[in-house]
Write a protein that binds this ligand. Structure first.
Ligand SMILES: [Zn+2]
Length: 422
């Protein structure tokens, strides 16, 4: 997946000088977006640009409404350096996370500030695609209505558990949602009146992006992220780039076969990793009936120290370790981040997971550290929001111009209506 929701912005008449200017604006905005407010002196130190260049870049970003400056604190000798901060109400994105039970939604401001978070249960079932599309569109309208006046909506990005074709956002198949060949991005563009760029991503990929940029894998260039829930998905960051694959399906780790002839998986094959470590398998492993119990029951049993639950979770840990070892052999990550149920249960399954991981992996094991995700169930929303911010971070002025033009084309402009009325 390209880390951006809109069409690539590349003016035809761009000169080399424009390219440099764009890259410099991008560097400053990126620093502020990911690291928060900084003084002009900090920006000089981090970018290597001189004071006057930093001054002119922050002025331009201020004019665009993306940053603001306020007087810094006096410390030591000389004049205080102005503090530059991203304006969370200057530009925002809408992020969604579709799961079999609910749709999570967030309005996220520049700087990564979660301005509004919602989660709504499906009114019918996740299999009812028109109802899910309508729910997302309704949430988008509600959140958009709460956005600050003048804040530019940069786009909508939706996370789904399933194989998503890039760049068109066609969901090829999602066994947990019961979807097959669903053109989700097109349906959402239609449902939201073509007002916003729309992109759809795989939940594993977006979780990997989130933990890499803002979570447990910050500062690491090679990351394997695994989200275990009803389905098991994954995402891989190699040398700072999300691994996409030919069709955008790389990282579908839930369907590697770990137990030939094993239990039938939701995909129809037998012995997939998902069939051994997904929520259903964990519920069975603790001796509960998946038709009557939910994964939350297992989490609370574990929390109160129920021995049967702990032992079942540890048994599952062996399968988790075995699958992770195969993946680490292929991708050689520095860090493995566990999200979803696997993240929540990691402290309990750690002993058995670690020993089966080490046994299977052999001498390679020292190179990969296994950790629990820091972002928990927000990871997909955070990842989706970062994908939606990618364009403005790459080309602040060009992206804002393109977005304003698209919004003007599809929204009733108050002035235009006035003219018609007169
Ligand atoms: Zn499978």
């Amino acid at each position: 997946m390209r880390l951006g929701a809109g069409p690539q912005v590349r003016p035809a008449d761009a000169s080399a000088q424009d390219d440099v200017r764009r890259a410099n604006l991008s560097s400053v905005l990126r620093l502020l977006h990911f690291h928060g407010p900084a003084t002009r002196s900090d920006l000089v130190a981090s970018t290597g640009f001189n004071r006057s260049t930093v001054g002119s870049l922050t002025s331009e970003l201020t004019k665009l409404g993306l940053v603001r400056e306020r007087p810094g604190v006096v410390g030591g000798k000389g004049r205080p350096s102005n503090l530059v901060e991203p304006v969370s109400t200057g530009a925002h994105v809408l992020a969604f996370d579709v799961t079999p039970s609910s749709v999570g939604a967030a309005r996220v401001g520049l700087g990564g500030y979660m301005l509004q978070v919602r989660r709504r249960l499906h009114s019918t079932s996740s299999h009812d695609v028109p109802a899910v599309v309508q729910l997302i569109a309704t949430l988008a309208t509600e959140m958009q209505a709460r956005a600050a006046t003048g804040s530019v909506c940069l786009g909508i990005v939706v996370s789904v558990m399933g194989s998503v074709r890039q760049p068109d956002g066609l969901v090829r198949r999602s066994p947990p949602l019961g979807w097959h060949e669903v053109p989700l991005a097109d349906l959402l563009r239609e449902a939201t009146g073509h007002k916003y760029p729309v992109a759809v991503g795989n939940d594993g990929d977006l979780g990997a992006v989130a933990e890499y940029l803002r979570g447990a894998a910050r500062g690491t260039q090679d990351v394997l992220y695994v989200r275990g829930e009803v389905g098991v998905g994954g995402g891989v960051v190699v040398d700072g780039e999300l691994l996409k694959g030919a069709g955008g399906y790389a990282g579908e780790v839930g369907h590697i076969v770990v137990k030939p002839g094993g239990r039938t998986c939701s995909c129809g094959a037998r012995g997939c990793w998902e069939a051994e470590v997904g929520d259903g398998a964990i519920i069975r492993a603790v001796g509960r009936d998946p038709r009557e119990s939910e994964i939350e029951d297992v989490l609370s049993d574990v929390a109160i120290g129920n021995r049967r639950a702990i032992s079942g979770v540890r048994k599952t840990g062996e399968w988790v370790g075995l699958g992770l070892a195969s993946l680490v052999n292929i991708f050689n990550p520095r860090i493995v981040v566990l999200g979803g149920t696997l993240g929540a249960l990691y402290p309990t399954m750690e002993p058995t997971l670690a020993s089966s991981f080490s046994r299977t992996l052999g001498p390679m094991r020292e190179q990969a550290m296994i950790v629990r995700g820091e972002l928990g169930s927000d990871a997909q929303l955070v990842g989706a929001s970062e994908v939606a911010f990618a364009d403005v971070l790459e080309d602040p002025a060009g992206t804002l111009e393109a977005r304003t033009a698209q919004a003007d084309e599809h929204e009733d402009h108050p002035l235009r209506v006035l003219h018609q009325a007169g």
